[in-house]
Design a protein around this ligand. Structure first.
Ligand code: KG4
Ligand code: ZN
Length: 344
């Protein structure tokens, strides 16, 4: 079954064709990073306008790369939320129009769930159930994933997402946008023990996160030391800050596995590309006798292959999209834009 996936929830316009939820036939991503760079963050109005400029070209390219056209597909899957409402509308309306024109079934999928399914597209064998850590610029949550329609939130951030904390730290350290990517890059030459940043383990909420205190701690620390910072000091501070974020993520996701007795951990989302998180979690899982399935780096950040992969379960009848509860603390988004062949 060939599924076209469309993703436009934030600042990537993406389309992909995936076969049977496993094999990526094409994956095209148009990134808006350069567009938002001068503002130090995603500007929603610019994002949605740019999606509408690019989306048709991106979809056409994905179809061409997969050597197919709309009539060679078995269904369409689109991210329906969470995300920026104007951006989501561009993707969902495009998907609706294409599905209607070609007489294809269409399913809307949850963006965070799609991140947590992306690991199925990698080389490591994977099966349900697993503990999923979804860690990105917008989300930091731990899930028990029992099926493509059974995602249970075990813990979530009470304030900033981990990627947001890294991005904001990057700005404070004068690094380019997006901060998380450049924190990882410069931290390679830094000393993670240079400065101790607080780790919020929240003992009464063992699987929840809080990162906002770290941001304040960094601001205060930067005020207390001599400026401007040389490159070595920036690297040391970036490494120390990143280590604090990673320590909390590793501790909590392992706790979730221990508490539930589920032996497999999957890490997904933009921050799952972080080299220190990948290294430390691998080591810790080895020690704890847990199996770690890392999402392939190119599928960690936003893409449409993960959307097509999740859509496949719904379109093939292996999971029921109406069972999926949109239980996230997110902006409003259009619910379940679902119709099947021959309806609506
Ligand atoms: O999943 P994603 O593309 O978009 C959201 O759904 O948020 O994640 C983007 C986030 C940004 O905060 C970015 O700084 C972070 O992922 N990120 C990283 C790395 N690559 C991307 N953070 C740390 N280390 C990386 N290597
Ligand atoms: Zn994402």
């Amino acid at each position: 079954m060939k599924v076209l996936g469309i993703e436009s929830s934030c600042d990537e316009t993406a389309a992909s064709v995936v076969e049977d939820g496993r094999q990526v036939l094409s994956s095209v991503i148009h990134s808006q990073v350069k567009l938002h760079e001068p503002f130090g963050g995603v500007v929603p109005e610019l994002a949605s306008r740019n999606h509408s400029l690019w989306i048709l070209g991106v979809v056409e390219q994905a179809l061409a790369d997969a050597d197919t056209d709309l009539h060679g597909l078995d269904g369409v899957a689109v991210t329906e939320g969470p995300g920026l409402i104007g951006s989501l509308i561009v993707g969902t309306q495009t998907a609706k129009a294409m599905a209607r024109a070609a007489g294809l079934p269409l399913v809307g999928v949850n963006h965070v769930h799609a991140h947590l399914i992306a690991a199925f597209l990698g080389p490591d064998p994977l099966d349900f159930p697993y503990i999923g850590l979804a860690v990105s610029g917008g989300h930091t949550s731990i899930y028990l994933v029992e099926a493509a329609d059974r995602f249970t939130v075990l813990g979530r951030t009470l304030d900033d997402a981990a990627g947001e904390a890294l991005d904001k730290a990057g700005i404070q350290l004068g690094l380019p946008y997006p901060g998380g990517v450049h924190m990882d890059r410069v931290a390679v030459d830094g000393d993670a023990d240079f400065h101790h940043f607080p780790r919020a383990f929240l003992r009464d909420r063992p699987l929840d996160f809080s990162f906002s205190g770290m941001k304040t701690a960094l601001k205060q620390y930067l005020k207390s030391i001599e400026q401007p910072l040389d490159a070595r000091t920036v690297a040391n501070i970036a490494a120390s800050f990143q280590q604090a974020v990673v320590d909390v993520l590793v501790h909590k996701v392992v706790q979730a596995a221990v508490r539930t007795g589920v032996k497999t951990i999957v890490v997904a989302g933009g921050v799952a590309a972080n080299s220190v998180l990948r290294r430390d979690l691998s080591r810790r899982c080895d020690l704890e006798g847990l199996r770690l399935v890392l999402t392939p780096i190119e599928l960690c950040t936003d893409n449409a292959a993960m959307v097509a992969a999740l859509g496949y379960y719904y379109l093939s009848g292996q999971a029921d999209p109406l069972q999926v509860h949109f239980d996230l603390d997110v902006d409003p988004f259009p619910r379940h834009v679902i119709f099947r062949r021959g309806t609506q």
